[in-house]
Structures are given as structure tokens and as C-alpha cells.
Design a protein around this ligand. Structure first.
Ligand SMILES: *[C@@H]1O[C@H](CO)[C@@H](O)[C@H](O)[C@H]1NC(C)=O
Ligand SMILES: *[C@@H]1O[C@H](CO)[C@@H](O)[C@H](O)[C@H]1NC(C)=O
Ligand SMILES: *[C@@H]1O[C@H](CO)[C@@H](O)[C@H](O)[C@H]1NC(C)=O
Ligand SMILES: *[C@@H]1O[C@H](CO)[C@@H](O)[C@H](O)[C@H]1NC(C)=O
Ligand SMILES: *[C@@H]1O[C@H](CO)[C@@H](O)[C@H](O)[C@H]1NC(C)=O
Ligand SMILES: *[C@@H]1O[C@H](CO)[C@@H](O)[C@H](O)[C@H]1NC(C)=O
Ligand SMILES: *[C@@H]1O[C@H](CO)[C@@H](O)[C@H](O)[C@H]1NC(C)=O
Ligand SMILES: *[C@@H]1O[C@H](CO)[C@@H](O)[C@H](O)[C@H]1NC(C)=O
Length: 439
């Protein structure tokens, strides 16, 4: 232990909390409250099964994220054959006139909003009928040279001759692809007890070729950071969410996503800058505390991109938190040395590489604090530790990033019972402990 450093950190924390203010909301923004449906809600799964499925989704998702990053600056990638079940929460909204209600995966890691459309060649299974453009009176394909298509960015209007459609596509090394065209369409959002909000001329992707799995959705709602995303098209400068823990599984209240004026940060919120990127919400992770040990992360520890400052993605669509191998090793070692139990090779799932044999759920577990630039995330125990009484296993939910070029990813399990605000105007991420089911 280094008392001096800890004292310093404490002082810093106190000052910081006094000066961290909730940004004022701008009054001319729309206000939306969307219900989030957990992808495994209503399946009556055991805790073990929930964790296993969530871990499998995370693993698939991370492969996708790595894929997207590698292709930055090229045609956008939205989906891939390796990527099954990516994403954790669904939102529903209506598309077209008359309105058809469709489930979309909430994805803060991509930008376009798209659904599979009829006719669709070799498409993914989805729980509702394919959206049929022919049935919608408000539907119109955007031409490649239209103002709206050009505004979306060069990748949608590339190689355009006057009579071509505005398009999106992603090609993979194995020859499979997801592609389609962009349409201008009316979308309608419903929110509790108020009149629905309809947005006309919304640019929505219509996939007509795709592969992979959509995990009981019909498409993706990209909440990323460029012009085509749901966030940008609704002209909102902020959104927030608060995930109600889904373990124990008995809880029935759904979590919500708040857009525009409805979004807020909790009174005890701290904030950290969002680093520039045209897709992902990057934050700067500067250190980690495990129990009594504080580990500063040298820039060399981080995934090195344009100066090495952008090493950590804050993600809503990944369940797991993935740490780069160098970081994972020290964090794992710190837990092992501070938990007085036998490490076992038995695992809750393949992804959690740190479990202990114990017939009793220990009262004390070393605390875990993520130190971001200017903000500390002091995790409640239930956000990183799971005890399985049946298997007599205590597991710390840290996962090692296996892709060499991938960043750290802060997943949504760590974000439970925290109100998280993405303040896009001021480029800051706010988070604070909150009893989400009381909001
Ligand atoms: C849920 O699963 C448990 C154990 O598998 C079973 O006993 C129970 O009847 C199931 N409940 C519902 C509503 O299906
Ligand atoms: C998908 O849509 C594009 C653009 O409208 C079109 O050129 C293409 O032929 C369609 N593909 C299939 C398989 O329908
Ligand atoms: C489209 O309209 C036709 C004719 O009204 C109807 O039979 C069909 O079910 C509709 N399809 C969808 C996907 O709404
Ligand atoms: C545009 O066309 C060029 C030449 O045909 C091709 O190399 C390139 O991949 C195309 N770009 C896109 C985004 O389709
Ligand atoms: C889709 O939902 C069904 C029924 O609700 C469920 O049995 C199935 O496991 C789900 N599929 C995926 C990929 O989540
Ligand atoms: C967003 O702003 C654009 C450009 O000012 C405008 O055309 C569009 O209608 C706005 N959308 C919403 C939902 O307010
Ligand atoms: C660790 O556990 C052993 C056996 O349960 C006990 O004898 C020992 O005092 C414990 N050590 C610490 C540091 O808690
Ligand atoms: C953990 O406990 C199980 C049975 O409860 C036993 O089979 C296994 O050998 C133990 N592992 C260690 C590393 O002690």
C-alpha cells in the first residue's frame, strides 16, 4: 500500500465531486423515453445459463468491434458471420405508414439504423415478418446523388452514377456480406403516456442481403457518433440509460433509455471526456484499483492509436468487460493475492478466467475501482463478482481481450445500477451510482 498516493487520490476525488456538475439541458431538444428489453428476458433461464449466453454474445461482439476498427476509413461494417447474438438490449419503434413495430438491437458501437427488408436474399432469421417497403406510403428509396444521401457520408454514395440507389455494404474475407439500400422513411417512437413522436424523412437502411444472426431483432439501431446514427438524426445532444441488474432474474421492471431533454445524470455523477472518434465512445482509462493495490496504466499498456490515448471503449452492447492481456494479468494477480481462497480451473463459463473454490460466499471481496480521466468508477460488488452456490464457485467477472489489436471494453454488467449519460455537446461521459429500478 502507498498511503500518500491513496490520500492524494482521496483528496482529488472529493474536490472533483464538488465541482462536477450536471450539464444544463437545452430546451429545444425532443424528449424520449424508450423501454429497453433485455435480449434474454422472459426465457426463464438460470443464472448460470444467463451468464453463459451473455458471455457468448460478448465474445462474438468483440470480434465484430475489432473488425470494425480495422476497417476504419473504409466502407462501414455493420454485421458479420462471426457475430452472433451481439448486443444486449432491444428497443422497439415503428417504421412506415401504416406503422410496423420492429425490434432493434441498441448498438453504441455502430452508426446506421437498419432493418431487413422484403425481398431479402438469404437473410437472417427474425421474430417478426420482414418489413415490406411496398406496403408503406411514406417509403422512398434515396438516390445515390440525393442531398440526403450525400449528407450521410461518402461511403453511402461512393461509386455513384445518377441512377443508383444510396447504399450500404460490408464485405468479409470469407465472401459473405450484408448490404442494402438507404431509404427515406417515417419512424415513430412511443413513450409512456405521451403522444407518439413521428419523424419523417428518417434515413433507414434496408438490408436485402445479409448473414449472421440478429438475436431476435429485425435490425440494428446505431447510437454511434456520425451523421447517420439515430442520435444524430434526432438532433439530440444527449442520451442516458440506467441498467437494472438482470441477476437475480426475478426482477420484472424493464430498464429505459432516455433521449434528448429526458436524459439526465445523477446528482453524484462524475464525468470523463469522450475522446474524438467517428464511431465509438472512447474514454481514457488511467488506472485500476484492486483492493489495496493501485495500478496506473502507462500509455504503453493501452491500445495504441493516434498517440496511444484511445485505449478504452465504453460500450452498452457488450456484457463482459474485456481487459487487454497486460492489464488483465496484473488485475487477476491482484485478486488472487488478496482473496484467501483456492483458485480453481473450474469456470462458470469459458470467458471468466478467475474463479475460486468456496462453499461459502465470502463477505469481503477486494474492491474494484476503474480510474478514468477525472472520474472514478467504484464498482458495487454485484457488478463484478458472482457466487454460484450450486457449483460452490466464486467468480470475478474479468475477461481477457484475446484480439491483440483490440482495446479495453467496459461492458454493461459493470454499468448496472449506474446512471450513464452521454453528453455529446460537451463530449463528456457522466456516470453515478443509482438505484435504477427506482427511477
Ligand atoms: C422456469 O424454470 C424452472 C426451472 O427450470 C421451472 O421450475 C419453472 O416452472 C419455469 N417457470 C416458467 C414460468 O416457465
Ligand atoms: C438490393 O438492393 C440493391 C439496391 O436497390 C439492388 O441493386 C440489388 O439488386 C438488391 N439485391 C437483391 C438481392 O435484391
Ligand atoms: C403487405 O400488404 C399485403 C397486402 O395488403 C399484406 O398481405 C401483407 O401481409 C403485408 N406485409 C407486411 C409485411 O406488412
Ligand atoms: C469504387 O470503385 C472502385 C473501382 O471500380 C473500386 O476499387 C472500389 O472498391 C469501389 N468502392 C466502393 C466503396 O465500392
Ligand atoms: C429468440 O426467442 C426465442 C423465444 O423467445 C428463444 O427461444 C430463442 O432462444 C431466442 N433466440 C436468440 C438467438 O436469442
Ligand atoms: C434535425 O435537424 C435537421 C436539420 O436542421 C432537420 O431537417 C430535421 O427535421 C431535424 N429532425 C428532428 C427530428 O428534429
Ligand atoms: C487464509 O485462510 C486460512 C485457512 O482458512 C487461515 O488460516 C488464514 O488465517 C487466512 N489468511 C488470511 C490472511 O486471512
Ligand atoms: C474445487 O472443488 C471441487 C469439488 O467441490 C474439487 O473437485 C476440485 O478439485 C477443487 N479444486 C481445487 C483447485 O481445489
Amino acid at each position: 500500500m502507498r498511503p500518500n498516493k491513496r490520500l492524494l487520490l482521496f483528496t482529488f476525488l472529493t474536490i472533483f465531486q464538488l465541482t462536477s456538475l450536471t450539464p444544463p439541458s437545452s430546451s429545444n431538444e425532443l424528449s424520449l423515453r424508450l423501454q429497453l428489453t433485455h435480449i434474454d428476458a422472459g426465457l426463464n433461464l438460470t443464472v448460470h445459463e444467463l451468464l453463459r449466453r451473455a458471455a457468448a454474445r460478448s465474445k462474438a461482439r468483440i470480434a465484430l468491434l475489432a473488425h470494425i476498427r480495422k476497417r476504419e476509413g473504409q466502407a462501414p461494417i455493420f454485421w458479420g458471420p462471426k457475430n452472433k447474438y451481439a448486443g444486449e438490449y432491444l428497443i422497439n419503434f415503428d417504421v412506415g405508414t401504416p406503422p410496423i413495430n420492429l425490434p432493434f438491437i441498441v448498438d453504441t458501437g455502430s452508426t446506421l439504423v437498419w432493418t431487413q427488408c422484403n425481398p431479402c436474399h438469404n437473410c437472417m432469421r427474425q421474430p417478426v415478418a420482414l418489413f415490406d417497403p411496398k406496403n408503406s406510403s411514406s417509403f422512398s428509396k434515396l438516390s445515390c446523388s440525393s442531398k440526403q444521401c450525400l449528407a450521410l457520408g461518402p461511403e453511402y454514395s461512393s461509386n455513384c452514377s445518377a441512377n443508383l440507389d444510396c447504399h450500404f455494404e460490408s464485405l468479409y474475407a470469407d465472401g459473405t456480406e450484408t448490404s442494402g439500400y438507404i431509404a427515406s422513411e417515417e419512424v415513430t417512437f412511443h413513450y409512456s403516456s405521451e403522444s407518439p413522436l413521428s419523424v419523417s424523412k428518417f434515413a433507414i437502411g434496408c438490408a436485402n442481403v445479409s448473414s449472421g444472426s440478429l438475436a431476435n431483432s429485425s435490425g440494428i439501431a446505431g447510437f454511434g457518433r456520425s451523421t447517420e446514427s439515430l442520435v444524430s438524426q434526432l438532433n439530440i445532444t444527449r442520451f442516458s440509460y440506467c441498467f437494472i441488474p438482470f441477476i437475480p432474474i426475478k426482477q420484472t421492471k424493464p430498464s429505459h433509455m432516455l433521449l434528448g431533454n429526458a436524459a439526465f445524470s445523477s446528482s453524484k455523477a462524475q464525468s470523463t471526456p469522450l475522446l474524438p472518434d467517428n464511431n465509438f465512445y472512447y474514454v481514457s482509462l488511467k488506472g485500476i484499483t484492486v483492493g489495496l493495490k493501485w495500478f496506473p496504466l502507462r500509455p504503453g499498456f493501452l491500445w495504441n492509436k493516434k498517440g496511444g490515448s484511445r485505449g478504452t471503449i465504453f460500450d452498452s452492447g457488450s456484457f463482459n468487460t474485456f481487459l487487454r492481456p497486460e492489464v488483465f494479468k496484473v488485475v487477476r494477480k491482484a485478486f488472487v493475492s488478496q482473496i484467501n481462497l483456492t483458485v480453481t480451473n473450474e469456470k462458470l463459463t469459458a470467458e471468466y478466467q478467475l474463479c475460486f473454490n468456496t462453499s461459502m460466499n465470502p463477505k469481503k471481496i477486494p474492491k474494484l475501482v476503474l480510474h478514468f480521466d477525472g472520474a472514478n468508477m467504484d464498482l458495487p460488488r454485484e457488478n463484478y463478482v458472482v457466487y454460484d452456490a450450486k457449483k460452490k464457485l466464486l467468480c470475478v467477472l474479468i475477461a481477457e481481450e484475446t484480439d491483440k489489436s483490440a482495446p479495453n471494453i467496459i461492458g454493461n454488467f459493470y454499468q448496472q445500477n449506474m446512471n450513464v449519460l452521454y453528453d455529446l455537446k460537451n463530449q463528456r461521459l457522466f456516470f453515478g451510482p443509482t438505484q435504477c429500478d427506482r427511477l
